[in-house]
Design a binder for this molecule. Structure first.
Ligand code: MG
Ligand code: MG
Length: 256
């Protein structure tokens, strides 16, 4: 992926549309999350997501994306799968799994992108802590999305929280500008130096997405060409919000 991608500062009207797309994306994630039960297939989750998108006359930018074209509207990544898992009728959830659900919504040409990870039934204390730390890292990153800060301040806040809890962030996949396209500038890694990177400006919209692994920062891609797994098979988690920089507090676009 080339990161000479352009940064587009969004107008108020664009932000309003992205906020609406974000609301729909949040509805998709909440709907899918409510279905996380033993015996459900990951294809069932994609079907439920597509029902919500259809109701709102929206599509996900994931479907048909990349090479080979991604086949579904959401990604579903279970346990050691960090991101980009392909939903399948054969993949049946079981008690104790942790499941990352990632979706995008395009509304009137503008994109919102968010993800969450949740458990199926009762999960282990280790899995629970991984989810807690990853979601906290996202919140700490969002808090840095302010004029006067730089992208490195967001990255460093995420990395510091994850590593101080003994976990790892991936180096190979990053957050990204979002809006007129699913991926635009700036790139937002989950590691970095405070004070480094590009200055944050009002109208910047960035998908911040900590991707956290228990045992290693190394990943590999399965033969399906998409699914990214931890190299050591350890559990992983992923949370994401699309967030706008404003003159004041950060504006989270992908909440209900
Ligand atoms: Mg996403
Ligand atoms: Mg993203």
């Amino acid at each position: 992926m080339s990161w000479a991608r352009q940064i587009h500062l969004k107008s108020q009207a664009e932000l309003q549309t992205m906020r609406e797309a974000g609301r729909i994306n949040a509805e998709v994630l909440a709907t899918v999350r409510a279905l996380l039960k033993p015996g459900v297939s990951t294809a069932d989750l994609n079907a439920a997501a597509e029902d919500v998108l259809r109701k709102h006359k929206c599509v996900s930018p994931f479907k048909g994306y990349g090479h080979p074209p991604f086949p579904t509207s959401i990604t579903v990544s279970v346990n050691r799968e960090l991101v980009h898992g392909i939903p399948s009728k054969k993949r049946i959830l079981k008690e104790g799994d942790i499941v990352s659900i990632d979706c995008g919504t395009v509304l009137n040409g503008l994109v919102a992108d968010s993800a969450l990870t949740a458990g199926v039934g009762e999960i282990s204390p280790e899995a629970r802590n991984l989810l807690k730390v990853t979601e906290e890292a996202l919140a700490l990153g969002i808090e840095k999305m302010r004029v006067g800060n730089r992208t490195g301040d967001v990255s460093a806040a995420i990395q510091k929280h994850v590593e101080s809890n003994g976990y790892f962030v991936t180096r190979e996949y990053t957050g990204h500008g979002v809006g007129r396209q699913m991926h635009e500038g700036p790139q937002l890694p989950n590691y970095g130096k405070a004070g480094a990177g590009l200055p944050l400006k009002p109208g910047m919209t960035i998908a911040i997405e900590p991707m956290v692994l228990i045992g290693t920062e190394q990943t590999r891609i399965l033969p399906d060409h998409w699914t990214v797994v931890s190299a050591d098979g350890s559990l992983t988690a992923h949370f994401e919000h699309s967030v706008a920089v404003t003159e004041g507090d950060p504006l989270i676009l992908t909440v209900p």
